[in-house]
Design a protein around this ligand. Structure first.
Ligand code: TXA
Ligand code: MG
Length: 349
């Protein structure tokens, strides 16, 4: 399959790119799959009401069929066609955070969506992305759009069109290139069907932000205890992994340097994922900069690009800085630890 590529130079001037976006939306209507930017990561979209279309997403990504997809909408009134009940907490969250990086899990309507979207669950995950290109494509397609991250299953999510091209060229109908995404980690997934809303996946909207709007919010036990089965099926799979193994290093810069030295002495080519601050003090064969300690949003923004960049380098092992697990640091550490398969080296106190 030849993958069409459309470039949207400046999303503030969408009118000039209308022909592109109409072509992309037309392909979605014809039950083809098209990748497009959202504010978090690139999504791989397809008509959420069509079995044929949704199956193509799973095929292109190599995604396990028991992992449900997020349905993307461009206006809140579409929500009522998809879900059967909207609790008060959900209304409040929608008012505060949509469009934005927040996905709500709600009870689904029986008939509207392809059953492949929800992988047999009674619930459906829905979000309204905060990106002009995504909103334009979804509203022009006139259907709800199922869209997982547009990477091959297991790989880091794409934050640039080139990442999508690398993973999926020839496997999908088109890619809309709208430049780099901003947030860099995926949306926060919140289950609103439980009495107390529960975070199933940390992401672009923090627990603190959610609690400021609806009060108490729980965190799925599986996020803190490896033994527990996650309520979000996708959280159980290996994810975000570059080719070389990743180890997260918890400790100060001197400890990190010792760990690097030890691995180098054992003959390994070590790659280091370090912040701007870390890069000024650490010494290693290859260091790739990932944001700044002073603002973890910059680490979130750069994380997947840096993990992918290591695949272009001759390294045997990637040692990564560790980050405080609050605010967006929660999502950053969740993704890093998954990339590392939970391998951590900690400094003894
Ligand atoms: O930011 C994002 O959310 C991106 C962009 C493209 O919108 N999308 C994304 O989709 O990250 P994906 O498929 O890579 O991740 C969806 C997550 C998975 O962990 C999946 O298991 C979970 O949402 N999920 C989907 N439907 C669910 C449901 N009904 N109940 C619980 N978890 C669900
Ligand atoms: Mg994904």
């Amino acid at each position: 399959m030849k993958t069409k590529i459309w470039t949207v130079e400046n999303s503030d001037k969408l009118s000039t790119s209308y022909p592109h976006l109409s072509q992309a939306a037309a392909l979605l209507k014809e039950n083809e799959v098209v990748a497009f930017p959202t504010e978090t990561v690139y999504g791989l979209g397809a008509n959420a009401c069509s079995d044929v279309a949704v199956k193509k997403i799973f095929e292109a990504k190599g995604r396990p069929s028991d992992n449900p997809l997020i349905v993307h909408i461009a206006s809140v009134d579409k929500l009522e066609e998809i879900v059967s009940h909207i609790p008060n907490s959900a209304y409040k969250l929608i008012e505060s955070f949509w469009p934005g990086p927040l996905t709500l899990v709600l009870e689904k309507q029986d008939k509207t969506l392809s059953t492949f979207v929800t992988a047999g669950l009674d619930t459906v995950a829905v979000r309204m992305p905060d990106h002009p290109v995504a909103l334009e494509i979804i509203s022009r397609s006139e259907v709800p759009i199922a869209a997982p991250s547009a990477n091959r299953s297991g790989k880091p999510s794409p934050t640039q069109a080139s990442h999508v091209y690398h993973d999926l060229n020839g496997r999908i109908a088109g890619i809309v290139d709208g430049g780099s995404t901003g947030v860099g980690v995926e949306s926060t997934v919140v289950d609103c069907t439980s009495d107390i809303p529960t975070i199933l996946r940390p992401g672009g909207i923090t627990k603190e932000q959610l609690e400021a709007v609806i009060g108490q919010v729980e965190v799925d036990k599986a996020l803190v205890d490896e033994e527990q089965a996650p309520k979000s099926p996708g959280m159980k799979y290996t994810h975000y992994a570059p080719n070389a193994p990743v180890i997260v290093v918890q400790g100060d810069d001197a400890f990190f340097q010792d760990v690097i030295k030890q691995h180098e002495q054992e003959g390994r080519k070590v790659g280091v994922l370090a912040t701007k601050e870390g890069k000024t003090v650490l010494k290693a064969n290859k260091i790739i900069e990932c944001g700044s300690r002073s603002d973890l949003h910059t680490v979130a923004r750069d994380l997947y690009d840096v993990l992918r960049a290591f695949d272009q380098e001759d390294v045997d092992l990637i040692l990564s800085e560790s980050f405080p697990q609050d605010g967006v640091g929660e999502a950053v550490m969740n993704r890093l630890l998954k990339a590392a398969g939970n391998q951590v080296i900690s400094q003894k106190k």
